[in-house]
Design a protein around this ligand. Structure first.
Ligand SMILES: Cc1cc2nc3c(=O)[nH]c(=O)nc-3n(C[C@H](O)[C@H](O)[C@H](O)COP(=O)(O)O)c2cc1C
Length: 197
């Protein structure tokens, strides 16, 4: 059923993108960036799905998805499985916590495995300061390669995230944000089409 729907959408060049976010902080700022990406993907005519560890409340890993009996998978773990399974590509949105990705982000990835296989990904990073969290590119790119969803060379990198996006995720410079979004998204779409042809 899900596969049939995916095939129909692929024929129409309409793809599913999972936006995987890593912050569980109550006053988190990266969610503004995530919501912006979601909106832009919709405007391009595709389907974005946010994977949010604050909402999903995944505990620190005990059993991976594939270790549960099918009839016994907790709802929150199953829900994310469904999103990842139907996604044609992944957009990882990460801050830098002491030069490393947030632990909740890595925790999400460790629950799943085959869901990522042979699909493209990209890494978008941000920070409250000037460096846009780019130091987490390397560890995340290594992990995505290991999971079988190799990252493309482009991403969107957002310094001073709370100055650039207001609480409604509206950028202070719309044109600049759109240009930077298009650079990585067009490239990701190219790979997504190739991987699904
Ligand atoms: C535990 C922790 C560690 C941080 N370490 C870094 C860091 O290494 N480099 C950096 O540029 N910002 C760092 N920051 C600042 C983050 O860029 C900023 O708090 C950002 O808003 C975090 O994303 P979030 O609000 O979506 O959780 C850190 C923040 C926290 C909470």
């Amino acid at each position: 059923m899900v596969k049939n729907r995916m095939q129909k959408n692929i024929k129409k060049n309409k793809f599913n993108f999972a936006i995987i976010y890593g912050s569980t902080r109550k006053n988190r700022l990266g969610i503004r960036f995530v919501n912006y990406l979601e909106k832009q993907i919709k405007l391009k005519g595709h389907n974005p799905y946010i994977v949010d560890p604050l909402k999903a409340k995944l505990p620190l890993l005990d059993k991976r998805f594939l270790e549960y009996k099918k009839s016994n998978v907790p709802k929150n773990i199953k829900k994310i499985h469904n999103i990842l399974q139907k996604s044609n590509a992944f957009i990882v949105v990460s801050a830098e916590y002491n030069h490393m990705p947030p632990p909740a982000l890595i925790n999400i990835f460790n629950y799943y495995y085959s869901e990522f296989n042979r699909k493209p990904s990209c890494v978008c990073t941000y920070s409250s300061g000037d460096f846009a969290g780019i130091r987490v590119q390397s560890p995340l790119r290594a992990m995505l390669s290991q999971l079988g969803c190799p990252p493309i060379k482009f991403g969107m990198f957002q310094p001073n995230v709370s100055n650039f996006f207001n609480e409604k995720s509206i950028p202070s410079n719309k044109k600049d944000a759109e240009i930077r979004f298009n650079v990585f998204f067009d490239e990701l779409l190219w790979y997504t089409k190739k991987f699904n042809s």
